[in-house]
Design a protein around this ligand. Structure first.
Ligand SMILES: [Zn+2]
Length: 435
């Protein structure tokens, strides 16, 4: 009797101690788990988690460097940098990194939050083997046209990857023994910017470079011109269609043409919404939902299968909380219209970055990028609309057939592997994720 009472009392004491402990541990772990299970890539090597004890110091700038213990994803805090709002140039530095880090054949990945992305002029990461005498600059944000344009949303933690293609050498940098890293944040004078940093990692890059042709808005010239030009080399592509247009609008693709594109030529037929509505429009929640859900249903009802799990945001616009969450529920990936370069695997499957081909884009510019993609193992996603015989008079939606032929021929000569979006997911990204 006595001993069993003692056991019960001991048992209660143990429970009493462990419940708060378990609660503390699990609540701390939630933050860490969120990054590691959903977004951490195999072989990712941590450089910094931006904790107070990592020896990162402020180099210059009139703004403030603090550690934020209320807003972080891992560890105990994030590093918070605020510029002064008057072209403020904040620099933080870590030297004597030991042992030195090997940056060769890797891309960088960072977790960042930005208070107001439209006030950012630059976010750079400089790495060096000799105290920044010679250095390589990686651009996270570089003026308006950069990987971050239409990428970061206000006050939202986001992962971003930076390929070697998105970097530049000043002097002779020995990437095999990097021992100093500097991070620069500069605002554009319109107001102060706060940037939170919580993770910088190196990711092993085993890709040989992939190219994907994508097409938007369903003009019929995709069938009459793009299909035969690509088929000459046995290339397929992904077309993101606005399903309301199909069979309903002059100059747009017909159902039988899309069927032939999937069945005969191996194209992905994917969704670009019902009617090309801007999916960030406030107060149109139900409408937005229909645009996302019913366009996929149209594809399924009409017997398409290959590309139905993939989406492209109209205007490249999305709202992080609402649009992206809905798209995540119904699709495996979503493509934007900016960013230039994507990595494999991508930083975020729901904001794939692309090289947009404007009517004035020179084929050689694209082919240079193809060479870079091969050299640095990028996923180069091209965006086209109509491929026209003449009068390519609209910068965003028409491209001259003769120039497109030059691109396709050059892509073939380069030897880069050409895949559709669904093929990249089925054969590379999802295969890699399997245990
Ligand atoms: Zn579009």
């Amino acid at each position: 009797m006595k001993s069993s009472k003692l056991i019960i009392i001991l048992f209660l004491i143990v429970i009493g101690i462990s419940i708060p402990l378990i609660m503390t541990f699990s609540s701390q772990e939630t933050d860490i788990v969120e990054i590691s299970s959903q977004n951490k890539i195999e072989g990712e090597q941590t450089v910094f988690t931006f904790q107070k004890d990592e020896g990162i110091t402020k180099l210059s700038g009139d703004g403030a460097l603090t550690f934020d213990k209320t807003d972080y994803l891992m560890g105990k805090q994030s590093l918070k940098l605020t510029t002064d709002g008057q072209y403020g140039y904040e620099q933080i530095l870590k030297t004597n990194i030991s042992p030195p880090l090997d940056f060769r054949e890797k891309y960088l990945k960072a977790w960042i939050k930005i208070s107001n992305p439209v006030y950012v002029d630059k976010i750079w990461i400089k790495v060096s083997h000799n105290d920044l005498v010679d250095y390589k600059t990686y651009w996270i944000h570089q003026w308006a046209s950069t990987p971050s344009a239409k990428y970061f949303q206000r006050d939202t933690w986001s992962p971003i990857t930076i390929s070697l293609t998105q970097s530049k050498n000043i002097g002779n940098v020995d990437l095999s023994k990097i021992n100093a890293i500097e991070i620069v944040v500069k605002d554009n004078g319109r107001g102060p910017v706060t940037v939170w940093l919580n993770s910088l990692t190196l990711v092993e890059n085993n890709s040989e470079g992939i190219l994907t042709f994508t097409f938007d808005d369903a003009p019929v010239t995709q069938y009459t011109n793009a299909v035969p030009i690509l088929a000459k080399y046995n290339f397929s592509a992904t077309t993101y269609i606005n399903t309301d247009y199909i069979g309903n609008r002059e100059g747009k693709l017909e159902l039988y043409q899309l069927k032939e594109m999937e069945n005969v030529y191996g194209w992905d037929v994917s969704s670009h919404s019902l009617s090309h509505l801007d999916l960030t429009r406030k107060g149109a929640d139900l409408k937005i939902k229909n645009e996302i859900v019913e366009s996929k249903q149209f594809l399924i009802d009409n017997g398409f299968s290959k590309g139905v799990e993939h989406f492209a945001y109209p205007f490249g616009s999305f709202d992080y909380d609402y649009t992206m969450e809905l798209v995540k529920k119904h699709y495996k990936s979503a493509r934007g219209i900016r960013g230039n370069i994507e990595t494999l695997p991508p930083a975020d499957d729901y904001r794939l970055r692309v090289l947009y081909v404007f009517n004035y884009t020179n084929p050689d510019t694209v082919l240079n990028r193809v060479d870079k993609a091969i050299e640095n193992g990028d996923w180069l996603i091209l965006v086209n609309h109509g491929i026209v015989d003449s009068n390519a008079n609209h910068p965003h939606s028409k491209y001259l057939k003769s120039k497109f032929e030059k691109i396709v021929e050059g892509v073939y000569t380069s030897g880069i592997k050409v895949m559709t979006v669904s093929e990249v997911y089925d054969q590379i990204i999802e295969k890699k994720d399997m245990p």
